[in-house]
Design a protein around this ligand. Structure first.
Ligand code: AMP
Ligand code: ZN
Length: 139
């Protein structure tokens, strides 16, 4: 189902033009309007899902397989030496467009794309507790 107010629905379904890298029946892959690095692309499912949790499992599987294919094409053509996959869910995680999308961010030696987090030290007891807490809730 398309969400008529959703900009990525419109782009994914061709109602708004985009720089399209790839298209098939399930996805459109476009270049990001404000790229973190040269070639930064977004995998957009054509069906609306607000985030990872709303995305059908089959589409999620296909998105990762497609990321591998597009990423390989980037590595072959752009001169990048690495690739980050980034996928934000929720405002606290930096999601600004509420239609699932998977970022493919080509990386270049010495580039300034900031997709690193600050590592913190961990408490072993807390880590053990968290592992059990999350693990028990996996369905
Ligand atoms: P996120 O912060 O994960 O929700 O990412 C949204 C991304 O969409 C950002 O990197 C934006 O630059 C990009 N974006 C927003 N509007 C457009 C658009 N019309 N065409 C291409 N990319 C867009
Ligand atoms: Zn949408």
């Amino acid at each position: 189902m398309k969400d008529t107010n959703c900009i990525f629905c419109k782009i994914a379904n061709g109602d708004i033009p985009s720089n399209t890298v790839y298209e098939d029946e399930d996805f459109r892959v476009i270049l990001d309007l404000n790229p973190a690095s040269k070639g930064h692309a977004l995998i957009l499912p054509k069906e609306h899902a607000a985030n990872l949790f709303e995305l059908p499992e089959e589409t999620a599987k296909k998105a990762i397989v497609l990321a591998k294919r597009i990423g390989a094409a980037m590595m072959e053509t752009l001169g990048c030496t690495g690739l980050n996959l980034v996928q934000n869910n929720g405002a606290s995680a930096g999601q600004t467009v509420l239609h699932f999308h998977l970022h493919l961010i080509p990386r270049y030696d010495g580039d300034s794309a900031m997709v690193q987090w600050e590592p913190h030290t961990s408490d072993p007891e807390e880590q053990a507790r968290l592992a059990e807490l999350i693990g028990k809730a996996v369905r």
